[in-house]
Design a protein around this ligand. Structure first.
Ligand code: HEC
Length: 158
């Protein structure tokens, strides 16, 4: 092999290996996108209940979600707001049916994920509304235990 062709061969191999490196980097990126959309798709009522349960257990190892407590919570009059005394004030006494906003009168789609598959399917959305509604009705954030109880009740409502 002449010196020139040896050098050409060497360059060719370098180009090939860097092309391969780019290719595998691309593959890794695709894999990451696929994985993160799989994480997004894992936002289900069950997955969210299980995450709140773990958080609640950290403070109280004996904690277990209760649909019964969630039901009581749903219609409890918290005495914090006159306009928005309870969750049921907007979500009505039947969470499998449409709600009606206590202030604006606007129709609210059913809160039960059995009646409305869009519920508890996006953790960011769920947390956003918990934060807002708990502050309005209770004057504070809901605890992970309250969220797990609440959602455990809702999944029984069809
Ligand atoms: C003033 C009216 C009002 C009250 C009172 C209210 N909510 Fe809501 N809630 C809404 C509206 C409006 C939405 C969003 C509607 C939509 O997405 O179509 C919503 C949505 C939610 C969601 C989002 C679920 C999801 O994943 O889409 C949760 C959770 C929720 N409310 C919990 C509560 C809890 C808990 C209480 C009582 C502490 C409560 N709400 C009281 C109006 C209210």
């Amino acid at each position: 092999m002449s010196t020139v062709s040896a050098a050409a061969h060497h360059i060719h191999r370098r180009t090939l290996s860097s092309a391969l490196r780019f290719w595998s980097l691309g593959l890794a990126l695709v894999a990451q996108v696929v994985t993160s959309s799989a994480v997004f798709a894992a936002d289900t009522p069950a997955a969210q209940i299980s995450a709140w349960t773990s958080a609640a257990k950290a403070g109280d190892p004996a904690y277990a979600p209760s649909a019964e407590r969630g039901k009581t919570f749903f219609s409890k009059q918290f005495g914090h707001s006159t306009d928005m005394p309870s969750c049921a004030a907007c979500h009505t006494s039947n969470p499998a049916g449409s709600g009606k906003h206590a202030v604006s009168g606007k129709v609210i789609a059913p809160l039960s994920p059995v009646a409305n598959p869009e519920r508890f399917a996006d953790a960011a959305k769920t947390e956003k509304w918990f934060k807002r509604n708990c502050n309005d009705v209770l004057g504070r954030a809901c605890t992970p235990a309250e969220k797990a109880d609440f959602a455990s009740f809702l999944v029984t409502q069809r």
